[in-house]
Write a new protein. Structure first.
Length: 387
């Protein structure tokens, strides 16, 4: 049995609260967690660190939620108190906001949010936030204790490279070959600087990501993605042994097994089938939720359609991250990129799901409106500018 180094957990918790969140004395900190041993231990240490640094911390615990579950009402009520900092330290997901799904919150600029967490964080911008789906103690100690100054420098450089980009071409040895339209989109940084209201991201941090244009506003993504690292589904995440092929024509048009295994349910262990089953479930649930009045009229078809949207292209920049079968860490690993199927981060492709899938050793080239190009990494190796 592995010995738990409680002192390292405590040191990492202090780093996260002090350096990443930049806690100020008297600020209110809401920690939402689950009863699983590792998740609860990390939450406890974050609570102690916040308390020692002068914050006012509260822990709210609920049973573990999947991507399709609703959060407990008490969790939603706690978020309505508008804490200065919210730490969602979950074994899987925070859970959806049932009331917000039915009657979205509307920000001053007219943007709609179907969760009070996102409304506080992105709409009102009155909250800093961290979310850690699938966190483990080993991951916390190893990949959250990094050189944040170097990570932030890399993220700034790479995010800036997406300015005036037209599309991104991604290829990989496993068979990925896809063009991703991004004209007019802004890249996001998950760089561990969550010091200002409206800032937040994962711990471990370490990626730059962007929302592809949706098929509503362009032709959408075109090509093939071959997921050969790991992938998240409704129940969690797993390392891929039989690469999953997603052919994309605006939306995902088909999902197949590279080894040719059937995806009709006759082979329930087929990894491609597991992904397809979860996408189909999200499509059906969206339509059912509208029928039951839990989504506004017309939203069910929209949510179902976007269950096959390509919602994200992300590039891993955390040198301590590994592919472990925990997407929280896997998507940050060097020599990887990831695509998400489902909702995006520009809130114009709403869906019940956001399934990340990792591609190993990609070549990523940004193409600009003036005809020039920039290669971010080749066969998984970052360009010299990002070293």
């Amino acid at each position: 049995m592995t010995t738990i180094d409680y002192e390292k957990i405590k040191q990492t918790a202090v780093t996260v609260i002090r350096d990443v969140c930049a806690l100020q004395k008297g600020e209110r900190v809401l920690i939402i967690t689950n009863p699983e041993d590792e998740t609860l231990e990390i939450s406890r240490r974050l609570y102690e660190a916040a308390d020692e640094l002068g914050g006012k911390a509260v822990i709210v615990m609920q049973k573990t939620k999947t991507l399709l579950d609703f959060a407990e009402p008490e969790v939603i009520v706690a978020l309505h108190t508008e804490p200065d900092i919210c730490l969602s330290v979950s074994a899987n997901k925070l859970g959806k906001d049932e009331a917000g799904s039915k009657n979205p919150f509307v920000a001053e600029n007219g943007e709609e949010f179907n969760h009070i967490f996102n409304y506080n964080f992105e709409g009102k911008k009155n909250m800093r936030a961290i979310w850690t789906p699938g966190i483990t103690i080993d991951m916390f100690i190893r990949a959250a204790n990094i050189n944040y100054a170097l990570l932030q420098k890399r993220c700034r450089i790479l995010a800036d490279k997406f300015r005036n980009a037209s599309y991104v071409h991604v290829t990989a040895p496993g068979g990925t070959d896809i063009k991703v339209p991004v004209r007019g989109r802004t890249a996001f940084c998950d760089d561990g600087d969550f010091s200002k209201p409206g800032n937040g991201g994962n711990i471990p941090a370490g990626e730059v990501f962007i929302s592809p244009l949706t098929p509503k506003t362009s032709a959408g993504c075109e090509g093939r993605i071959v997921f050969d690292g790991s992938i998240s589904v409704t129940e969690g995440c797993f390392i891929i042994t039989d690469p999953i092929i997603a052919d994309v024509k605006g939306y995902v048009s088909s999902i197949t097994s590279k080894a040719g295994r059937p995806v009709d349910g006759s082979d329930p262990d087929c990894e491609a089938y597991r992904l397809l089953r979860c996408i189909t479930a999200a499509e059906n649930q969206a339509l059912q939720m509208e029928k039951e009045g839990r989504l506004p009229a017309g939203a069910g078809a929209e949510y179902a359609r976007n269950a096959r949207n390509i919602g994200e292209l992300g590039i891993g920049l955390n040198p301590a991250a590994l592919i472990t079968g925990k997407m929280l860490e896997d998507e940050k690993a060097f020599k990887t990129c990831h695509f998400a199927i489902g909702s995006n981060y520009d809130n114009d492709a709403r869906s019940l799901i956001h399934f990340d899938g990792v591609v190993r050793n990609p070549t990523i080239t940004i193409h600009y409106e003036d005809g020039s190009e920039f290669t971010v990494e080749k066969d998984g190796e970052l360009c010299e500018e990002l070293q």
